[in-house]
Design a protein around this ligand. Structure first.
Ligand code: DGJ
Length: 746
């Protein structure tokens, strides 16, 4: 890792692992993108900005400044001064004029990485001197009195480059930020592919690849959350790039609200990547002396396809983003009552589930929606966080104590950001809901969103949650958020500042979770938003795990978890075994397969265990054992994708390898059985080619087969054999069958 300033050449070189990011100053003023790729280490690379080619730089050819601006590879593009591609920054002044031109003024190279006030951000790690470095480039628009500092950080153990920008009004009049994105990267690229993640409720983060084409292609959200539909991520892939080969440039946004992620192919065969807060509905008033800090963007380059890109993201998030003490701890296996009972439960029913769960080795009971106010369907009481003593006589402390007396931990569900029209809170404070005066607010799941731009609302919400946590021994909170925003108006923000509401709301959520994790440092927090609508790096800063999707069907989960694991470590993905027929798709899959798929996440159960058959309960015990054995590997290991059901429509396969390559675990799901078929050859990845590995097929079924000599257990192969030759996995009888194979280095 390093950051160097080559004054003579006007270049800044950041190195991170095998990657190099080079920024140049053109014409003494303009901050341009030179290069992001495999290290080249050549100080002459400034020519890649092409400023020596026609139409030259403005100081030599002022009459063609517009052509310069429209072709220049900007690091932070601005609106209205000759660059017609989409920009990061657009500013209006008090007189109503728009436009901004930034000129470079100076730089600082810092040890470590500054925090971003109020925002989630990657960090070096406590007391780790030399773990990271930051480059700050100061630029100014003298006409506006606006100072912009572009920030770039690198870490000693990562290949990622982290970017953000600070905008300071150093003038005497107000400025109005109409666009304030976080990063721009202009690269030469005539052909390639764009990769994004897309979906819907219950089918989040499916991978979508499409050819890069002239013009703008974007994914975005102005729903107030990152959303089910799009994900704040994009990658451009070079020709022939795939899982393990080819070049990939990716950007991921550390933010949980509105975003835009855009690729714009220009007339000159270059592509501009942009990422930041969505400008739709956004306007920020910057009074003299005020600063606006943009959330950060993680930029990753991989020369070994998507696999290496994923591993860079995983290591970065585990090493430099997730702060929870649970990051490297085994998470308790939980059982959640949502799919077991929905709203129809009471203390006795929950304890019945807990008793059976405890017997089978499950470690925590989580009580989901419906324990407060008068909430027996999803139509009321949000905001009234008082225990419903009709369902829970003796209150929460009684229930929690009973659960703890069984030797289990107790967790609880909240949806703190919401209010039901039918609630005491709404009747008392209708102005606390986000809405537009005179317009009937749009209901979604019969609820409104609380105005978290108001400090008194944040305080109320905080005390509601913290008060409950103080009242009983609660180890875990599932923090849910079940609607997107409409009628975006605040009764409190003035006329000028309504455009700040979306962002102020997100900052309110961050403040709440910051306070919560400070007061309850041992709390295990799991974020959730109607399943996985707020699965983003911003939320990971507060919670080490996020509920992946309301779709717990093992087959649907293959695509959801593949898309999620493209960026997030497996230890962050909330994954549970649920009952069949599955409540979302009605599919029936073997209990074993459901276990194998959920084992690639945080692992738990989402069913009424008292209703399982004896054989299923026995399998729960087996799964609990497997979890204890393999969880450290799944949590800390390197992830490799072997095959994708989304691509081949037949089978899925992934693998986790320990960092020291001493062990590996492969999960194979034969989604559809095929006739007249013998075995499938699967090539493993990431092993030590010279080492010998001992194979073990996992599970009681496998043990039985082993006694009959039918499994691979006991066989020994060289790493090279397994990776280059491959492993023959016999056909299994039936659809939705799965296998887990463990490899131990001898
Ligand atoms: C949506 C979540 O994703 C579910 O798991 C459940 O908690 C419900 N909300 C409860 O309303």
């Amino acid at each position: 890792m390093g950051i160097g300033y080559l004054e003579k050449e006007g270049l800044f070189r950041l190195t991170a692992g095998d990657a190099e990011y080079v920024i140049g100053i053109a014409d003494g003023k303009y901050v341009g993108h030179v290069y992001f790729g495999r290290q080249i280490g050549d100080n002459r690379c400034g020519c890649l900005m092409r400023t020596e080619e026609a139409p030259f730089v403005p100081s030599k050819n002022l009459r063609e400044k517009c052509s310069f601006a429209d072709a220049f590879p900007a690091e932070y593009s601005t609106w209205g001064v000759g660059d017609y591609r989409d920009s990061c920054l657009n500013v209006r002044n008090e007189e109503g004029f728009r436009g901004c031109e930034l000129h470079y003024e100076g730089c600082r190279i810092l040890e470590g990485k500054p925090e971003l006030p109020g925002l989630p951000a990657t960090f070096c790690g406590e007391g780790e001197k030399g773990a990271g470095m930051t480059l700050e480039l100061d630029c100014r628009d003298k006409v506006l009195g606006l100072k912009v500092t572009l920030r770039y950080s690198v870490f000693a153990d990562s290949e990622a480059v982290i970017r953000s920008a600070s905008l300071v009004n150093e003038g005497e009049k107000s400025l109005y930020l109409e666009r304030a994105l976080s990063a721009c990267m202009d690269m030469d690229m005539e052909e390639g592919e764009l990769l994004t993640l897309a979906g819907s409720w219950a089918r989040e983060r499916h991978m979508v690849r499409r050819p890069l084409a002239f013009g703008k292609q974007l994914v975005s959200s102005f729903r107030g959350e990152s959303g089910h539909q799009d994900h704040p991520f994009l990658a451009v892939m070079g020709r022939n790039a795939g899982q393990d080969q080819g070049e990939v440039w990716a950007m991921h946004f550390v933010y949980s609200g509105n975003f835009v992620a855009e690729a714009e192919v220009s007339q000159f065969g270059s592509v501009r990547l942009l990422m930041g807060i969505h400008p739709e509905g956004f306007e920020w008033v910057l009074k003299p002396g005020e600063t606006f800090v943009t959330p950060e963007v993680v930029c990753v380059y991989s020369d070994e396809g998507l696999g290496k890109m994923s591993r860079i993201f995983h290591d970065l998030y585990r090493g430099h983003l997730i702060r929870s003490p649970y990051l490297h701890r085994k998470r308790p296996i939980l059982i959640n009552n949502w799919e077991a009972t929905y709203f129809d439960f009471d203390t006795e029913k929950l304890l019945e589930i807990a008793r059976e769960a405890k017997q089978r080795g499950i470690e925590m009971l989580v009580m989901d929606d419906g324990w407060f106010g008068d909430r027996n369907i999803d139509e009321g009481s949000l905001g009234d966080w008082e225990v419903n003593e009709k369902k829970l006589p003796g209150g929460l402390s009684y229930l929690a104590e009973q659960v703890r007396a069984l030797g289990m931990e107790f967790g609880i569900w909240f949806e703190p950001e919401m209010v039901s029209p039918d609630s005491k809170l709404y009747r008392a404070r209708p102005d606390w809901a986000i809405q537009i005066p005179g317009r009937e607010p749009v209901q979604s799941r019969a609820q409104y969103v609380l105005d978290l731009s108001r400090p008194e609302v944040v305080d109320y919400v905080y005390e509601s949650v913290a008060g409950i946590l103080r009242s009983a021994p609660i180890s875990y909170v599932k923090w849910d958020m079940n609607r997107q925003m409409t009628d975006v108006g605040s009764a409190c923000l003035g006329r000028e500042r309504q455009g700040e509401l979306f962002h102020r709301y997100v900052m309110g959520v961050y403040e709440l979770q910051e306070r919560l994790t400070r007061e309850f440092p041992e709390l295990l927090l799991e974020n959730c938003a109607s399943g996985g609508a707020r699965f983003d790096p911003g939320m990971l800063y507060y919670s080490p795990q996020i509920w992946c999707s309301d779709d717990t069907d093992a087959v649907e989960r293959l695509a959801i978890q593949e898309g999620t694991a493209l960026l997030y470590p497996l230890s962050t993905m909330g994954a549970h075994v649920s009952a069949c027929p599955n409540h979302i798709v009605g599919r029936v899959t073997p209990f074993r397969t459901r276990g194998h798929v959920a084992m690639a996440g945080t692992f738990g159960y989402e069913l009424d265990i008292t209703k399982l058959t004896e054989e299923e309960k026995r399998q729960v015990e087996e799964q609990v054992k497997m979890y204890h054995r393999f969880q450290p590997l799944v949590r800390e290991g390197d992830y490799y994708r072997i095959a994708s059901w989304g691509e081949n429509h037949k089978y899925d396969c992934w693998q986790v390898v320990s960092k020291d390559k001493r062990e590996a675990l492969m999960t194979y799901v034969q989604v559809l059985a095929e006739p007249n078929w013998h075995s499938r050859k699967l090539r493993l990845k990431g092993l030590d080619p010279e080492a010998e590995y001992w194979l073990e097929e996992i599970g009681p079924e496998a043990d039985r087969q082993a006694r009959e000599g039918k499994t691979m257990t006991g066989k020994v192969y060289k790493g090279a054999f397994l990776m280059y030759g491959g492993l023959l996995v016999p056909r299994m009888e039936g659809d939705f069958m799965s296998k887990m194979i463990h490899f131990t280095r001898m």
